[in-house]
Design a protein around this ligand. Structure first.
Ligand code: PGA
Length: 247
């Protein structure tokens, strides 16, 4: 069985002092049952790396570019993330896809670049409300999944994490039900297994979208939900610790 992962996506929140306080607080706790990953804004990666040193918490970034260096003003390379202490990077988050127009093709390039630099990508996929209403959930998820993973799986690289995040559930307080989430997680598992074999079953499948201390337990009871990508609730230590405690 996969080790549970709880990934905190702080998004564009926390000043340097707020990031330090939050990371120090979390680093003072033990998490025997789950791998905790903190993903602060890029400018706070270094301070969070310092705060979690010596703990079992790992560091992740929220995005990266697909080139190593050069004239790409404002971008950050996977190599820079490794140098600051990151093990993980979130890629293809719906806010990147929908606000910053990232395409499946760009995300594929970022995933390859991240893995080449030694990072574990946390690849986000998920349908919008309109797509769900139009009955397109499975086809959207299938395309996003295959586009992001095919080239890696072809090369025998399976050290990745996939996060199913229905866009309609993100930041809305309206989480998918355990049954809705499990249906898509099972579909993701079956699709990858059909394409590339049982080896893909070791890939942790996280759920994200309005996870909180009240719904974490019931979601985790589903066999194909291996943890969470948590946004809003990850900024509140009591809520985040309660979610981690549900594992
Ligand atoms: P939320 O965000 O927990 O605030 O819904 C999740 C995410 O965007 O990863």
């Amino acid at each position: 069985m996969n080790r549970k992962h709880i990934v905190a996506n702080w998004k564009m929140n926390t000043t340097i002092s707020e990031a330090r306080e939050l990371a120090q607080n979390l680093a003072s706790h033990e998490f025997p049952n789950a791998q905790i990953v903190l993903c602060p804004p890029a400018v706070n990666l270094a301070i969070v790396a310092e705060c979690i040193e010596g703990s079992k918490i790992q560091l992740g970034a929220q995005n990266c570019y697909y080139e190593s260096k050069g004239a790409f003003t404002g971008e950050i390379s996977p190599e820079m993330l490794v140098a600051v202490g990151c093990t993980y990077v979130i890629l293809g988050h719906s806010e990147r896809r929908h606000i910053f127009n990232e395409t499946n093709e760009m995300i594929q390039k970022k995933v390859i670049a991240a893995v080449s630099a030694g990072l574990i990508p946390i690849i986000c996929i998920g349908e919008t409300l309109d797509e769900r209403k139009a009955g397109k959930t499975l086809s959207v998820v299938e395309t996003q999944l295959r586009d992001a993973t095919r080239l890696l799986f072809d090369k025998g690289i399976f050290n990745i994490i996939i996060a199913y995040e229905p866009v309609w559930a993100i930041g809305t307080g309206l989480s998918a039900t355990p049954e809705q989430a499990e249906e898509i997680h099972t579909f993701i598992r079956n699709t990858s297994t059909k394409d590339f074999g049982v080896i893909t079953q070791q890939i942790p499948l996280l759920y994200g979208g309005s996870v909180n201390e009240s719904n974490a337990q019931s979601l985790l009871q589903k066999p194909n939900i291996d943890g969470f990508l948590v946004g809003g609730a990850s900024l509140k230590p009591e809520s985040f610790l309660a979610i981690c405690g549900a594992v």
